[in-house]
Design a protein around this ligand. Sequence first.
Ligand code: SF4
Ligand code: SF4
Length: 516
Amino acid sequence: MCPGSDIAHATPAAGTRPGALAALADEAARTSLRAAPPEFDFPEDDGPLYEARKKVYPQHVEGTYRRIKWIILAVTLGIYYFLPFVRWDRGPNAPSQAVLIDFPARRFYFFFIEIWPQEFYYLTGLLILAAMGLFLMNAVAGRLWCGYLCPQTVWTDLFQAIERFAQGDRREHLQLDREPWTADKIYRTILKHFLWLMVAWWTGGAWVLYFGDAFDTVHDLATFEAPFIAYAFIGILTFTTYTLAGWMREQVCVYMCPWPRIQAALTDEYALNVTYRYDRGEPRASVKKAEALRAHGAPAGDCIDCHQCIHVCPTGIDIRQGPNLGCIQCGLCIDACDAVMAKVGRPTRLIAYDTDINIKRRQEGLAPFYRIVRTRTVLYAVIMIAISGIMAYALATRHNDAVNVIHDRNPLFVRLADGAVRNAYGVRLINKTLEEKSFALTVTGLADAEVEVIGAASRSGGNPVIEVGPDQTREVRVLVTTHQKLAPGASIPLIFTIVPANGGTPASADDHFLGP
Ligand code: SF4
Ligand code: SF4
């Protein structure tokens, strides 16, 4: 049965009587005036500041966008839940987990990439890339992130699927909520919350697997040998997932999340958004009424006012009222309306990704146009390519060895009894390989400088040699002394260079030698 047919049946058929037809045409014209172009009538009275939540019962829908959402849900959740179990061979002394945040060793492993604390500028690059990606999505097609990729959307989608499994689709669930508490209702309600809690618990459990070897952590958790902090985090994430995806759902998107407000400031008139094509849809009329109107040349829109687009909406809004901050642009109303249009024999995409500009152009008899390539989309894409290129270059050319130098702050220099001047430095050597390494330290820039490393047992070619363990850093104290007569307030540039004893590329760092 056509989803709009109940409405069509409820409306008296117009038949072909001239008087009835004239009344229909008048009504259609009035409706058209009332419902056409949602032109943002700002209400004079803002209304109460608080409105109690109206529970949303989103109806299941089939279609292109629903399929896309299922695929994205399966891929993103699959990655999140199972990635910690993926192995990556880095050699005998390194962890074999592909993605691992190793807090004790202060390392982040991502497949073949190993990020040290000194390299957290990569994280900055990733954050800028993520921001630009969001801006680009927004400029191309509005809230793509919100509708398809945001964790709140993905988990809410999963929780709603569980809810339908346990308590039925929209109509059945509404009926169930109206019924008194029976054994069946209690059973279904408990089943839903049990399944929600299981998913929430698994979500929290998967999170802690990223912070230690996944297989060992599962064993430790199961045998209650894991640290308290692991159980605490599982508890916190179980609670937040259950609450946000199960209970708060659309309220997070509508009231809590700042992104809808930010994107409202970022978007422009060319961004594609889920749009009700009121030029086609208005004036609304039931199927029979619209047919009668069309048969007599009177205006009749394609919208049959069946409310299917509202019933499937996860935030419970009516897209026909125009742009709305509550619309997460998930496209499910497109699927619902397409199914209705197919059933009533009208062209699909009455609701579609489109722009208001195109609606106005069609109303003026002009062809619609789509401008994906514009200054802002090109700018975002260029920034993303540039940052990706810089990060890839930095990763490809980074050295396995590095040295950092920090001059002593107090005292800046010391005058020795024989008149010589001494500066002291903290020097950190970094060995990112999986073998122990020896480095010869040289300091250039100050002729005849004597270099002494506290704790260095050996020298090579007159230079102190420092051993650094595999995949480790070592900090040493270095004293540089000169007998030269220095100009008052001298600040002489120095270069500290470490040369691997077994060959390899030297690494260096700059600092200064300060005089009295
Ligand atoms: S826009 Fe489509 S789904 Fe929504 S009420 Fe009209 S016909 Fe029904
Ligand atoms: S109005 Fe349509 S696109 Fe917007 S949230 Fe509702 S179903 Fe999704």
